[in-house]
Ligand binder design. Structure first.
Ligand code: SAH
Length: 243
């Protein structure tokens, strides 16, 4: 297999799959994103060529140029690993890269990774579902391709957990729409910044206060009753009826 798309997980290298670690350690070339933790990159061979195609919001290698780089590398016949933060198919545009490679006649394999959408809440002791508290989870992006805010009003459902990726910039509008859609303005919210990295931080708030809460990217926003839970603490608090 000339190109393998690999999910790097949310942060620390020890959250990689065994398969991902093995293939990464064998690759001739590693093409990686901004969100991939240094501890993961350290698993590449010392003589591997490391190519940073990191996309910082506002200053990006375009997706088309990344696709072109991958196709050109595939043509060299070397073993290429394309490392993406979290899982390659959860808002990772891994599908587009795979299609570009296929269209150019190159095989592409894929290795799943732990998505920040499900592991990030866990880093703060939040179960995304919990019997009697949340009967499901919806994972959404905060912003659309054109930079506009996604539609949240129809997603207002007190029985479900909402996990928002890429929601920091539109957090005021997200909260406004969810309250307009019927969620209580005291609905618990937890924000997990840089989950499973050395600078992880959790912020607990509620919907009405989300707009005024300072948050830095990358962060996931968890909205719903489970966001009040902190099961990793010794004195695990169960959601109270205070909201
Ligand atoms: N494929 C990735 C998501 C890519 S979209 C995955 O499955 O996790 C990028 C967004 O993911 C960020 O804006 C942020 O919302 C979220 N994210 C990725 N890694 C994160 C981390 N370690 N901590 C918190 N949020 C993270």
């Amino acid at each position: 297999m000339s190109v393998t798309l690999i999910g790097a997980g949310p942060g620390d290298a020890d959250l990689l799959t065994v398969r991902a670690a093995r293939l990464l350690g064998q690759a001739d070339v590693v093409v990686y994103d901004r969100l991939v933790d240094q501890s993961v990159l350290d698993l590449a061979r010392d003589d591997a060529e490391m190519i940073d195609v990191g996309k910082t919001p506002g200053r990006s290698s375009s997706q088309e140029s990344i696709n072109d780089i991958l196709v050109a590398l595939a043509a060299t016949g070397r073993s290429i690993v394309r490392l993406k933060g979290g899982d390659p198919f959860v808002f990772g545009r891994g599908g587009e890269e795979m299609m570009a490679l296929r269209a150019a006649g190159y095989a592409c394999d894929i290795v799943p990774g732990l998505s920040s959408s499900l592991s990030g809440p866990l880093a703060a002791g939040i179960p995304v579902t919990h019997r009697g508290v949340s009967r499901g989870v919806t994972i959404v992006t905060g912003h659309l391709l054109d930079g506009e805010c996604n539609s949240f009003e129809r997603l207002a459902n007190p029985d479900l957990t909402l996990v928002v990726l890429m929601g920091v910039a539109h957090r005021a509008e997200i909260a406004r729409q969810l309250i307009a859609g019927g969620l209580h303005d005291a609905t618990p919210v937890a924000v997990i910044e840089r989950a499973y990295t050395s600078t992880q931080r959790t912020i607990r708030t509620h919907l009405a206060a989300l707009a005024d809460t300072e948050i830095a990217n990358p962060a996931i926003i968890v909205i719903g009753a489970v966001a009040a839970l902190a099961l990793s603490r010794l004195s695990a608090e169960l959601a109270t009826a205070s909201w």
